[in-house]
Design a protein around this ligand. Structure first.
Ligand SMILES: Nc1ncnc2c1ncn2[C@@H]1O[C@H](COP(=O)(O)OP(=O)(O)OP(=O)(O)O)[C@@H](O)[C@H]1O
Length: 633
């Protein structure tokens, strides 16, 4: 059993001390939150209560029926979903979408964009007379970037369709059983949610897939679909469905498949980029823009300037007829989101993460937090560490209390089995108090109820990813907090965020560290002490290093995580390469942040061996030299 260096004497005294410390940490956590909230209210120049301000910012005062939606659909939204009023973006966009126009919707995270497109589709489908049947095939196609989002949209669809049993929802996505999907498609799916790769596969290979009646194509998280490299697939899909402007005119086959209905295509995201521009030009006819400021709109789309979506050139403007200006786009973030950063020297990152998590989980009975990491290996390492790490000066009464963190811990990343991903996704949704460690796989679109805090332990890279990650909290007017970890060498990233209208305040780290007990007693750290030399940081680091050495398998996990973390760090692109410079990293300190005592040369050797092995494997398999971006989730 792992020997804890923090073991101290009397239980009772220890309990009293712990209670006092927990109270203190709770106060500090609350103070930090309140100060930020006060600042925010002051800057909003408002005297009303926070909740009221938030609700006014999010909800419209009209009813769903006043937007033109059919009455039993409105009942369904109210009774089954609990949606009394439409959100502002729903009130703005639903009537336009009902009118049949092509639309591009840009609205903050967590403002209800899913209902924006699902409600009008259901409204139209339910009133077809005679009723639609399964044999009529697919009428609406919703394209999403990830499995999890696919499941989420499908679940909402199921709920919305309870009163309309003749409209059949369905999903197809990579990793699922193809033959079962084929069988479902053969039976007929009226509204189909899909990831692009698998959809293309079925469009090409499943002859029983009927889409002659297709009327709607929706791109949810359009920019992410393209960023993930699905550009070429999307072009092919649009061609096959006869829904690509210009080109469709020359494609005899495709045109013959076009339904008797007028097509309506919709694009939605909280952030937009140049590739979305191209997709918009390619797929939207005379579109209406909703949620875009005039500053973001430039000259109208010109058909002469259609670009390829598969191009790998990021943010490079190849044409003049721009639709959206995005290079210095001001992102819309939820007004009630409190955003902070914490400046942490590299070697103290792990201890600081654990200390902050403990402070947050001790401050409230139920607390849900998502922590973002740059790689799958980093998620695995931190998951094992946080699940098993103990400090014996905690109360050993119940099993979970032995753990350092008194909460359930989950992990989610793309290397996990499909089934495990699904179970985690559902479990974290329903938990009241839990910690989710994840890659960017859950940065987009996922709607986990009651997440109170987002921690970006590894920086997100592009500002768009920052926006989507923090968007997992503060949804629909609820309060939420975000915390971005930055090393002293990375502080310029704040300026990059500022360019997009995102500004953060500093987290009171030393105050939080001071609140931790040491050897059962309050330590009186001097005010000027640095984070690295803080007695609590030194002690916890020592405990973590001993834990890594003592627990079988942990050292390997730590080394793998270290290697992939460094690789991911080198994968920053464009402007960000100047901020996240691998040359500036002290690899010994990086190793420390994985609780490794080894000198960097030792860890570096295994890293080099891994890299050589990867290259060898690639050569053997004939994989092209271009390396998969390790930051990809
Ligand atoms: N009118 C409404 N009233 C109450 N809740 C709503 C309403 N519309 C949507 N919601 C809820 O708001 C939450 C956020 O909705 P949704 O996931 O569609 O947001 P989003 O804008 O797509 O977010 P993201 O940009 O992160 O994908 C969900 O829990 C949804 O059930």
């Amino acid at each position: 059993m792992y020997n804890n260096p923090f073991k101290v004497g009397r239980k009772k005294k220890k309990q009293q001390q712990l209670n006092t410390e927990m109270d203190k940490r709770k106060r500090i956590a609350e103070e930090a939150i309140d100060q930020n909230q006060k600042k925010k209210n002051k800057s909003n120049n408002t005297t009303t209560t926070t909740t009221k301000t938030q609700n006014n910012d999010v909800f419209s005062s009209c009813s769903f029926s006043s937007l033109g939606l059919q009455s039993s659909l409105c009942d369904q939204l109210r009774e089954r979903m609990g949606f009394e009023f439409p959100t502002l973006i729903q009130a703005q966009a639903i009537p336009v979408i009902l009118s049949g126009r092509h639309v591009l919707v840009n609205a903050a995270t967590g403002t209800g964009k899913t209902v924006v497109y699902l409600a009008p589709i259901i409204h139209h489908l339910q009133k077809y007379d005679p009723r639609i049947q399964r044999s009529h095939g697919t009428f609406a196609l919703v394209l999403v970037p990830t499995h999890e989002l696919c499941m989420q949209v499908y679940e909402i669809l199921q709920k919305l369709l309870l009163r309309f049993h003749w409209i059949v929802p369905g999903y197809i996505m990579g990793g699922e059983n193809r033959s079962k999907e084929k069988a479902r498609l053969r039976k007929g799916i009226s509204i189909l949610v899909a990831t692009p790769g698998r959809l293309l596969d079925h469009l090409k290979n499943t002859s029983s897939f009927v889409y002659t009646n297709l009327r709607w194509i929706i791109f949810d998280e359009a920019d992410r679909i393209l960023e993930l490299g699905f550009g070429k697939d999307i072009e092919e899909i649009l061609d096959l469905l006869g829904s690509r402007k210009q080109k469709s005119l020359s494609k005899g086959n495709a045109i013959s498949r076009i339904s008797e209905f007028q097509r309506q295509n919709l694009l939605l995201s909280a952030t937009l980029n140049e590739k979305v521009n191209n997709l918009a030009k390619m797929s939207l006819e005379n579109p209406i823009m909703i949620g875009l400021d005039d500053s973001k709109l430039q000259t109208s789309p010109s058909l002469e300037h259609l670009e390829s979506l598969g191009s790998d050139v990021d943010n490079e403007l190849k044409y003049s007829g721009k639709l959206i200006s995005s290079s210095n786009e001001e992102y819309k973030l939820p007004a009630q989101l409190v955003q902070r950063y914490v400046k942490v020297p590299c070697g103290s990152r792990l201890v600081v993460l654990l200390s902050i998590l403990k402070t947050l989980f001790d401050s409230e009975i139920s607390y849900k937090i998502v922590v973002f990491f740059s790689t799958c290996d980093a998620v695995d390492f931190h998951y094992s560490l946080l699940s098993d790490f103990q400090l014996s000066n905690q109360q050993p009464e119940a099993e979970c209390q032995k753990q350092y963190l008194k909460c359930k811990t989950f992990r989610l990343h793309g290397n996990m089995k499909h089934e495990d991903r699904r179970t985690t996704f559902q479990a974290f949704k329903t938990e009241k108090s839990a910690l989710l460690l994840s890659t960017d796989i859950c940065a987009r679109g996922l709607d986990f109820p009651k997440v109170k805090c987002i921690i970006q332990y590894d920086s997100p890279g592009e500002a768009t990813e920052y926006v989507h990650r923090v968007g997992r909290t503060a949804r629909l007017g609820e309060r939420g907090h975000s915390l971005l970890f930055l090393q002293p060498i990375e502080m310029d990233y704040l300026r990059d965020l500022e360019k997009h209208g995102v500004s953060l305040t500093e987290y009171p780290l030393l105050k939080v560290l001071d609140s931790f007990p040491l050897y059962g007693q309050q330590h009186h750290a001097k005010r000027f002490v640095s984070v690295e030399m803080h007695p609590w940081v030194l002690s916890l680091q020592k405990a973590l290093e001993s834990f890594i050495m003592a627990v079988p398998g942990m050292k390997k996990l730590a080394k793998d995580a270290f290697c992939s973390w460094v690789r991911a760090y080198t994968a920053h692109r464009g402007e960000l390469k100047r901020i996240f410079m691998v040359k500036k990293l002290h690899l010994g300190h990086v190793a420390k942040s994985f609780a490794l005592k080894e000198q960097p040369s030792l860890v570096g050797k295994s890293f080099q061996m891994q890299t050589k092995k990867r290259k060898r494997d690639q050569n053997q398999k004939g994989i092209p030299k271009k390396r998969k971006n390790p930051r990809k989730s």
